[in-house]
Design a binder for this molecule. Structure first.
Ligand code: PMP
Length: 441
């Protein structure tokens, strides 16, 4: 927008966007009445669409009763009920739920619980959390320490205790003649090498996104990767933390993305799709034994003021009800397969689309200079910003990143709400096609 009005809001950059007026279903309208198809569910948040009447009604009911009671003063029924609901769907034994208000807080909670568990077991020398590069686990300093995105962490380098990183399994970029599954094993075994290099007795945990999010653009590893990672963690007594902040709540066509591979983490971070854009909500879900050990050793040293507030939890319960009532996990699998097929179809028209990937409705495509070598587009082209702006003008919101310092270039997440209909998928494709044609021109 040209000449935006002066504002006291700290917008972080000079980029200004139209003012949001309202939302309904997969659509958002700005204050000038322009309609946008929310093709990225915000930042992969609004899984059940905007202005869901059942969730709004549940929030109103809760608002009439109470919106806040401090967790050290009161327990509350919505938090208790939501914890039960979440625990019922988790892998066996992961049934202790600690609520927070977002993804970074959920990741912080996982890291701090892991550390306190090992301390309680007399293994205080374990503090290193190995993660992957690229990866994104949040913007707070603890979550940043395990985030593999130098652009996000570089300014804070002196303030961070930088944690060891291994390459994410970007198998689709490799031209090494190995089978897909052999590549998965090769990437998993980098964890083993890193543990040995660090000294296994100093390593606390490994954290990963089972299906990548913003950092890698819906990166899916070969099946072999997941079981090998679990086996390596077990071999060295290292906790496996699964960051399902973006991939959880049905987005990949399963309740948790890790279910595609029968992954059994020790601690899980949840957020985005659980509050679904209605309330700030996140959770850490821990193995019962880990949580109990920490409580027995004196309690979990952690907490956020708004943790488990009744309004957020009542909304979260209603979101899960809607996911079930509308069968949205199956819808994510079905509509995701359809949308992925359509995105793959674009590759025939646009040679600069190098890859289409993802699971369910956590989908992405990547633009490259050369599909054979997968060489990224020149940085100066700023493709990740340009294409998003062109699509925005066409009334389609998509989400993009460019990973600097890694091998992944410009990638675009196409992740509409799980309620997306066939005709809305047609509209996404028509708008995206138009945007790509303009981008190519
Ligand atoms: N982990 C992952 C995988 C994420 O995608 C995000 C947010 N993009 C976070 C953590 C941080 O969540 P929040 O922005 O809610 O703090």
């Amino acid at each position: 927008m040209s000449n935006p009005p002066p504002s006291n809001l700290f917008y972080q950059t000079r980029l200004r966007r139209p003012v949001l007026a309202r939302g309904e279903g997969v659509y958002l309208w700005d204050s000038a009445g322009r309609r946008y198809l929310d093709g990225s569910s915000g930042a992969m948040v609004s899984n059940i669409g905007h202005s869901n009447p059942a969730v709004l009604a549940a929030m109103r009911r809760q608002m009439d009763l109470s919106t806040f009671g401090y967790r050290l003063h009161f327990e509350n029924e919505p938090a208790e009920a939501l914890a039960t609901r979440i625990a019922q769907r988790m892998p066996e034994g992961l049934d202790r739920v600690f609520f927070v208000s977002g993804g970074s807080e959920a990741v912080e909670s996982c890291l701090k619980l892991a550390r306190q568990y090992k301390l309680a077991r007399g293994e205080g020398q374990r503090w290193k959390v190995i993660s992957r590069f690229p990866s994104y686990h949040g913007s707070t300093l603890g979550a940043l320490a395990v985030t593999g995105m130098s652009l996000m962490s570089a300014p804070f380098a002196p303030m961070l205790r930088e944690m060891p990183k291994i390459p994410a399994p970007t198998c689709y970029l490799d031209r090494d003649g190995l089978s897909h599954e052999a590549r998965g094993l090769r990437y998993a075994r980098l964890l083993r090498e890193e543990i040995l290099a660090q000294g296994p007795e100093t390593v606390l945990a490994f954290i990963m996104e089972p299906v990548g999010g913003a950092s890698t653009g819906a990166l899916v590893a070969p099946d072999s990767y997941y079981s090998e990672i679990r086996a390596i963690c077990d071999e060295f007594g290292i906790l496996l933390i699964s960051d399902e902040v973006m991939s959880g709540a049905g987005r990949t066509g399963r309740y948790l993305a890790g279910e595609h591979w029968g992954l059994r983490p020790d601690i899980v971070a949840l957020s985005k799709g659980f509050g679904a854009g209605y309330v700030p909500l996140g959770a850490m879900v821990a193995d019962r034994l880990i949580a109990e050990t920490v409580i027995d050793a004196g309690g979990f040293v952690h907490g956020h003021t708004y943790a488990g507030n009744p309004l957020a939890c009542a909304a979260g319960l209603a979101v899960l009800d809607e996911i079930d009532r509308l069968d949205l996990i199956a819808a994510a699998a079905r509509q995701g397969a359809a949308l992925k097929g359509r995105l793959e179809g674009l590759m025939a028209c646009y040679p600069f689309i190098g890859d289409v990937r993802g699971k369910g409705l956590l989908l992405a495509f990547e633009l490259v200079a050369d599909r054979e070598t997968m060489e990224p587009l020149p940085t100066g082209l700023n493709a990740h910003l340009r294409l998003v702006d062109i699509a925005y003008e066409a009334g389609l919101i998509i989400y993009s990143r460019r990973t600097r310092g890694g091998r992944i270039g410009d990638h675009f997440l196409v992740c509409p709400p799980l309620i997306v209909s066939d005709s809305e998928i047609d509209e996404i494709m028509e708008k995206l096609d138009r945007a790509l044609a303009l981008f190519a021109a």
